[in-house]
Design a protein around this ligand. Structure first.
Ligand code: GUN
Length: 295
């Protein structure tokens, strides 16, 4: 059996069409235009690509967008001042500081300074805590996108054995929390495994839904996957460059062999990636509605 592809690019497009309409209506009925600002410090090429995509998508959907490209040697104080200014700017509903920041900057202090109401990344401890206690406010974008892919592909989540490979604050921990919620599109039994797990395959082979955010190219092989599992590959690993300098990407899952065993699988690229930006747009629209008292 060859797995059905979960086409994130297509699902993302559908959600973006829905958002575009909602944004047009917000403007027409309430004169509200959602605003998103992206802040990039330094010149990391992958981060530049991501920020560029976020800016472009905002514009396509009718979201007001601002972009700050700050030099590598920006000081903590300068960055904190900018965040303060953006927190107070009524045109801005969402603030996204692209991670990772250069090493001399204190990432936590920056993320903590963002007004939780404008925290469309869902990284502020207040929003992390709200998710943890079952009152989610803004869900972090990549995990929210994974949940949407599972729901919209008709995957049975309730009661499923979900195994998450990786415990990062951006993906592993929040997706585990989201699917653990006592709520529709969740109610799963969740196991989180990581680099110190004793017998990785023992756990991954039990998964009805296997979510892999390990950051290691082709880490999950077919013999680690249960027949018929739904496999979500969050990996974005650069494994080389084409002759014209484009990045060649591989996921954390060995796609060619695992697709013969899984019932559904996300490709890389075109799986989880396009969903992340779309969920950022969704959070920004929600932030604008909340700020305007329409929700
Ligand atoms: N770097 C990698 N993923 C993300 C993300 O979702 N948000 C931000 N701000 N930076 C990232």
């Amino acid at each position: 059996m060859t797995a059905e592809l979960i086409k994130g690019a297509q699902v993302a497009k559908e959600i973006r069409e829905e958002l575009k309409q909602e944004i047009a209506e917000l403007k027409e009925k309430h004169n509200v235009v959602p605003g998103l600002v992206t802040v990039l410090v330094g010149a990391d090429p992958a981060s530049q690509v991501y920020v560029g995509q976020k800016e472009k998508t905002s514009q396509e959907l009718g979201i007001y967008s601002e972009r700050y490209d700050l030099p590598e040697n920006t000081t903590q104080e300068e960055l904190m001042k900018l965040i303060d200014k953006l927190n107070k700017d009524p045109k801005i509903n969402g603030i996204l500081v692209q991670l990772p920041l250069p090493k001399h900057l204190n990432e936590e202090e920056v993320l903590y300074a963002i007004d939780p109401e404008k925290d469309v990344d869902g990284f502020h401890p207040v929003n992390v805590g709200k998710l943890m206690i079952g009152e989610p406010h803004y869900l972090p974008c990549t995990p929210a996108g994974i949940q949407q892919l599972l729901i919209r592909s008709g995957t049975q989540i309730e009661g499923a054995e979900v195994v998450v490979v990786g415990r990062s604050n951006i993906v592993g921990k929040p997706i585990a929390n989201i699917l653990l919620q006592k709520a529709p599109g969740a109610n799963a039994t969740v196991t989180v495994v990581h680099t110190r797990t004793k017998d990785m395959a023992f756990h991954t082979k039990r998964a009805d839904i296997l979510i892999v955010a390990a950051g290691v190219a082709n880490y999950i092989k077919a013999d680690m996957v249960k027949e018929g599992a739904v496999v979500i590959d969050v990996g974005v690993n650069e494994i080389g460059k084409t002759a014209d300098g484009k990045r060649i990407l591989a996921g954390d899952v060995e796609f060619e062999s695992v697709k013969e065993k899984a019932s559904k699988i996300t490709p890389v690229p075109g799986g989880v990636g396009p969903m992340t930006i779309t969920m950022l747009m969704m959070n920004t629209v929600r932030a604008a509605k909340l700020a305007a008292g329409i929700a």
